[in-house]
Ligand binder design. Sequence first.
Ligand code: GLU
Length: 315
Amino acid sequence: MSPDSGFRLPPPVTRFAPAPTGRLHLGHVVNAIYVWGVTKAAGGSVLLRVEDHDRQRSRREYEQALLEDLEWLGFVPDDPPVAAFRGGRCHGRQSDRGALYESALNVLRRAGRVYACDCSRADVFRASGEGAELRYPGTCRELQLPEVPGRGVRVRLDNGVERFDDLRHGPQAQRPLDQCGDLLVRDRDGNWTYQFVASVDDFDQGVTLVIRGDDLLASTGRQLQVARLLGRPSPPRFLHHSLVMKSPTQKLSKADGDTSVGDLRASGLTATEVIGCAASLVGLTDREASLATADVAHLPPLVRLASTLSALGRV
Ligand code: GLU
C-alpha cells in the first residue's frame, strides 16, 4: 500500500514498558526516543506500561522514580490515563492485571496447551546444553502433574517457524521451540513471566507496533506464537533498535547501577542534554547536541522508519 494511495492506515499504538527494578538509564532514554519519535512521526499514540511482573525485584520506589524521570525528560504518554498513578498518565501496572493473565491462561488450558512443571531454573540450566539461551527440554511435558502452588506452568509450543518483518532488520525467521522449549507462563514462585504477560498485554491493549532493543529480538517469535494461541487475529509490527553498550559485549544494566537518569540530572545536566547524548550514542545524530522531546519525531532516521511503517501497512 503506498502512502499516497488515498487509503489511510490506522495510526500505530505502541508502548513504553519499563520494569521498575532499578532507575532508568541512558538505554531507556534511547528506547523512549525511538518509541516517541517513530510513533509520533507516524501520527500514533504511546501507552506507558509498568512491567512489574517480577514481584521479588520490582519496587514501588522505582516505579515512582521512573514516572518522575520520564516526566522530567518530557516524554508524555497518551490518554487514557489511569488516575491512580502519580503523574496520572500510566496505562497500568502488570501486578494489577492478574485476573487478565488468569483468563488468558484459561484460553491456553482450554486448548490443551498447559501443563505443570516441577523443574527449577538450575534443572533447566543443567539440561539445556551449550546454546545461546536456556532451553527447556520438555522434562514434564507428558507427566500430567497436578497444578499446585510451588509448581511452574508451561505452554506447549508448536514446532514451527515464526516469520516477521522487522522494521530495521528486515525479514526474520525464528523457531521458538528450538530456541527456548515450551514457554514458562508462571514460575514456581507464582510470578507471571515476561514473555507471557507482554504478549497478553500487547494484545489486550491494542498495541500494533512494538519498539524495543535488539536484546529482545530473539523473543519476538515466541511472543507471536503465544499471541496467536490466545486468538490475536493479526500480530503487531516490530522494530528492534541498537543498544547502548558499556563494552563490546555488555549492555547498560539497572541491576549493575549504571549511570541513571537521576544521577545525570543531579549532576546538573538538562533533559535536552541527556536526550541529545542518548541519541548520539546510538548514531541517531552526528554530534552530542541538545535535543528536545518535541524534536525526536523529526530525526531523519526515525522519520524514515515511520515511512517504512506506512509503506508496509498493517499486517
Ligand atoms: N520490560 C522490558 C524492559 O524493561 C521491555 C519489554 C518489551 O519492550 O517488550 O526491558
